[in-house]
Design a protein around this ligand. Structure first.
Ligand code: Z5A
Length: 212
């Protein structure tokens, strides 16, 4: 594969999607070939599974919920991400495997080692890790204020209690510690322009062929 694979992660309302768009727009203006995508979703089948996972209202066992996220992910990888990387595109993905570790492993699974290792085995099986990941952090109260100001419908994870969201946030920090060369922690409470510049610099440092 000749392209690059960059992911954005973190709690909801932390500002990931805003920065994903800024990086995408900037790279396109600079003449790069980009695939901007998201999870769960990103392919026709995975978008159908997204609807089921986020808004379906079904009760799933934790392992089956994890498998459903990975089913969506495999379709997304096989039909969209791998072909784009093979064409040399820069793939920017809003959420990926670290979200499963944080939301299902640390959030719903409360950091249980059996669940974390179940997810880690699936991550190894799918055999496509991002080269660079930005992990956004934000105080819970600020994220809530931001989310209340928008009209989007609330998904099943956003409806979880505050303790759950703290476990997810701590999980993301742990993931960043476990993968220091791939992951960069971004303070989502900084100004948008400051964050944008930090990300541009980190992308250029990691991939000297990308000039921003
Ligand atoms: N999920 C999972 O459980 N397991 C998995 O394996 C995967 C996902 C892959 C997908 O949600 C849900 O799926 C997610 C985890 C779960 N659920 N939760 N909760 P999503 O992708 O649809 O939604 P999200 O990722 O949570 O996105 P979000 O809520 O839109 O958050 P965001 O992308 O980080 O924030 P934003 O849209 O860029 O910004 C939010 C608002 O803040 C907006 O009004 C901005 O203008 C404002 N903003 C952004 N940056 C700033 C700064 N720097 N200052 C001030 N205001 C700002």
């Amino acid at each position: 594969m000749t392209g690059h694979f960059i992911t954005f992660e973190g709690g909801e309302g932390a500002g990931k999607s805003t920065q994903v768009k800024r990086l995408n727009d900037h790279l396109i203006k600079a003449g790069y070939d980009i695939l901007l995508t998201r999870e769960p979703g990103g392919s026709e089948g995975a978008e159908a599974l997204r609807e089921f996972l986020l808004f379906g209202g079904h009760s799933l066992s934790l392992r089956s919920e994890i498998m459903a996220h990975f089913a969506a992910r495999c379709d997304h990888i096989d039909q969209v991400i791998k072909p784009a990387l093979e064409k040399g595109k820069i793939v920017i993905c809003d959420r990926y495997t670290d979200s499963t570790l944080a939301y299902q492993g640390y959030g719903l699974g409360k950091g249980d080692q059996t669940i974390l290792s179940f997810i880690q085995k699936l991550i190894l099986l799918i055999d496509l890790q991002p080269e660079q990941t930005f992990i956004f952090t934000i105080p819970y109260a600020i994220a809530q204020q931001r989310l209340q100001q928008r009209s989007q419908k609330t998904d099943r994870y956003e409806k979880q209690n505050e303790d759950y969201h703290h476990r997810v946030a701590d999980g993301f920090i742990q993931i960043a510690k476990d993968h220091p060369s791939r992951c960069h922690i971004i303070n989502g409470h900084d100004k948008m322009e400051t964050i944008e510049q930090i990300i541009f610099n980190k992308v250029h440092q990691q991939f000297p062929d990308i000039i921003l």
